[in-house]
Write a protein that binds this ligand. Sequence first.
Ligand code: HEM
Length: 117
Amino acid sequence: METLRDLVVLIHITGFAITFGAWFTALATRRKRVTRIMDVGLWVSLASGLILAAPWPEGIELDYLKLGLKFVILAALGGTLGVGMHKQDKTGVRAPAGIFWAVGGLCFTNAAIAVLW
Ligand code: HEM
């Protein structure tokens, strides 16, 4: 059961890697836009995060204040990505700067909360 949980954590951090990796690639290639891949990573993080939020295996202690905060930040990230998709120019080359930086910041903040809290 513990190995199974570890596997779900692995999938969960892969979701983070997909979203943050897509964002960092956009930053590094100076195409500061939001992409569907960032969305995909978010859904992977959400699905695996909700599975991890269930108290299993028996006896595990979870901090629901921390998890609730991560959920709120994930929802804000999803909203920001949605607005960015609509607001970026039709060529999809550039999203509004505030939206682009918010996506990276919210994603990184959630990882920081997960690791440092
Ligand atoms: C963009 C969104 C998210 C990111 C970047 C993220 C990132 C991470 C990372 C890096 C870890 C590994 C930390 C460690 O094991 O030391 C982790 C663990 C975990 N995450 Fe997330 N997460 C996100 C969203 C969520 C959501 C929405 C939930 C559930 C509501 C959630 C629940 C958990 C749980 C239960 C763990 C296992 C370790 C723990 O209890 O802290 N995560 N997350």
